[in-house]
Write a protein of this length. Structure first.
Length: 191
């Protein structure tokens, strides 16, 4: 039987994990997801920018428009995750640094599992909110439109708006940090 606890990671793998921890921490400073809306009356576009701990963009204008189609307002109070997500991300950065210092393969497997579970939950949560806001439109709204769900990444059309949703720089930093976490598995596979 293989004793994963006894298997140590190389110094280079440990440095890669430390770099991953830094990227995770820095990702909190950047947007993780963005939605741009374009229409003839808004050729410059309207944006919703989601950070791990706040919303930004032209939320006042978007919320005024949402009133006409019966969509709920966007605010930080609408998304309880914004109150604690940055702490979870900071915790993941600390755990990654601890794994880098302890240099045990078993802990690396656990860390990768946490990355996968956290990433899956994050995508599920985003899909949930996109579905909730796009399909739970008030029947008393002045303008009736069909329910819609913007994609997590991609283009969508509703009414006279074209939307573009995409990952922000913070999400790309997390993807890069995950790749740095996977490299030690390949690099230290023969140990």
């Amino acid at each position: 039987m293989i004793n994963l606890y006894a298997k140590k990671l190389s110094i280079l793998s440990s440095l890669l994990l430390a770099a991953s921890a830094v990227l995770i921490g820095v990702s909190i400073l950047f947007p993780w997801w963005e939605l741009l809306l374009y229409a003839p009356q808004y050729p410059e576009g309207l944006s919703i920018i989601v950070y791990p701990n706040k919303l930004d963009g032209k939320l006042d204008i978007i919320n005024n428009l949402n009133h006409y189609i019966g969509m709920a307002n966007f605010s930080e109070k609408s998304f309880p995750e914004l109150g604690y997500l940055s702490y979870l991300i900071g915790g993941l950065a600390v755990l990654t640094l601890i794994v880098a210092l302890l240099r045990r393969k078993l802990y690396l497997y656990i860390l990768i599992g946490l990355f996968v579970i956290g990433g899956g939950l994050g995508v599920f949560d985003l899909l949930h909110w996109l579905n909730t806001f796009g399909t739970q439109l008030s029947p008393d709204a002045p303008i009736k439109i069909k329910p819609f769900v913007p994609p997590v990444v991609g283009q969508n059309h509703f009414a006279n708006f074209t939307t573009y949703s995409y990952l922000g720089k913070g999400a790309y930093l997390i993807v890069l940090s995950f790749i740095l976490t996977l490299i030690p598995l390949w690099k230290d596979r023969k140990q």
